[in-house]
Design a protein. Sequence first.
Length: 593
Amino acid sequence: MFHEGAKLFDIMINTLMPTIIEVNSNSGPVPRRLGDRLVQSGAITEHQLQQALDVQSRSQAFLGQILVDLGFITSAAIGNLLAADFGVSYVDLLSIRLEPTTVRLLPEEVVRSTRAIPLRISADIIEVAMADPLDVTAIDKIHLLTGLRVAPFLAMEWELQRAINDHFDAHARTSEALHELETVENEGPDRTRANRAEMSAASEAPIVRLVASLMESALALRASDIHFEPHERGMRVRFRVDGSLLEQAEIPRAQLTSLTARLKVLCLMDITESRRPQDGRMSYDNHGRIYDMRVSSVPTVYGEKIVLRILDKSSVLVPLEKLGFLPQQHHRFEALIRQPHGLVLVVGPTGSGKSTTLYSSLNLLNDEKRNIMTLEDPVEYNVPGINQVQVNARIGLTFASGLRTFVRQDPDVILVGEIRDTETAEMAVQASLTGHLMLSTLHTNSAVGTIARLANLRVDPFLIAQALSGVVSQRLAAKVCKHCIEEYRPDAETLIVLGIPADEALTIKFKRGRGCRSCHNRGYMGRVGLYEVMVLNDEMRRLIIRSASEEELHEAAVRNHMTTLQDSAIGAVRAGITTPEEMGRIVLAKEAI
């Protein structure tokens, strides 16, 4: 099992404390905690450490990985600092190529249980990357299995986990499990009833392994969704990674029923019901790290389509300044959510990161002085200190009825998961006008388009102008992999479609990823938000009251210093964060529409 990062480093440093203190006797005892070590060395600031600890307190991610993901430090900086204390060398598993034959000198179960992966063999020595290079039991086990002396190296645990998943990948386990299932299926019709019972019991293990291998592969790729899609010949499995769907496996039709039943059992869904949509939830233990998954099934022509949404707390509890806002946008948005009352909306299509922005906002506002209440469908992430309520239409608890009750609960901040109908919209407006800060989402394509959407929900323009403080429209763009980044020159046609003039393109150093093991040869790793933040001023309120056109409102918003989504995307391309091709997938120039 993989242990929680900070606790593991505590144990390692505690083991070494006498040696560390002796070595550093001139400068006093070395702090025991990883975070304190990094602060004392000047690698990070106290403020950055506190931000990472806030995220860690609400998730099960490794502290070191959180610091790296937030961009406060590199894995190498952490590894070299700890390796020097342990008297070993640090190895960056993401920057070296491991030989499969060397890795497989140890069985997969040994590699996972010892948290160690072979690097190379030299004479009678086997060099091994380990999460805990002082684990004598693990070293002895490797020595007994290989007959070689063990030279331990330190590896960051999250990098080690990724390397293990890469080399003992789910493709092989999926193929193996499918082969076992087919073998059992083809045993023949002449088996006795007793033998058929044995066959049923035996076939359970391959199905379990098949589902587990797909789950582990999705988590290794940092997928946000897993799609199980039945078709005429079987079932296609696809992962959504950094916004794009990638085909992962093809399941024979003979195994469709077993696979569907296994998923529905895990998600506490009714396996006898296949004609109506169902919703469910499950928790998945991935080597010590718990992931929550929200599950939805819907009947199709060829069977039930099941989608698993992977919920990772560490991905939504990111500090606001790390989401991708431009400096001016961050300042304007933080000013909006820190005001005592008003309606602030986050808009965009499904999967554009609206929930992440809202949770990061709540995390910023969450203190003992505020009563924060949320009404969600469903409650995806439980956040300590916030009163979260699950919508339940079957008992009459809707967004509108819940809001009506909320205003009698003395709230300071109210979050409504989504404004879907006229009643909810009117209640949200009234709540913001009676002294509450209202946060919610709406499905529109632009910040300015929110005004027309609220009008379509039959909210009076005068009330919109009075209640609405600002709107954030956003998209998510895949980031260029930092491990294989390179400069290149996109073709002229791409630049024309994106509205980037040729003379401006000459001043930009375009970046892309070549594709490497870290990004699974995709060239992208992770995503960043692209935003436009529209703050209402007196001119815009007058335009709303007289039902001005969307074009007039857009021009007024730009005059009021709104940076458009297209300009934000061009800024990300200019900074080498994403590519023109990814920008084109997310947002196109008006001339190309």
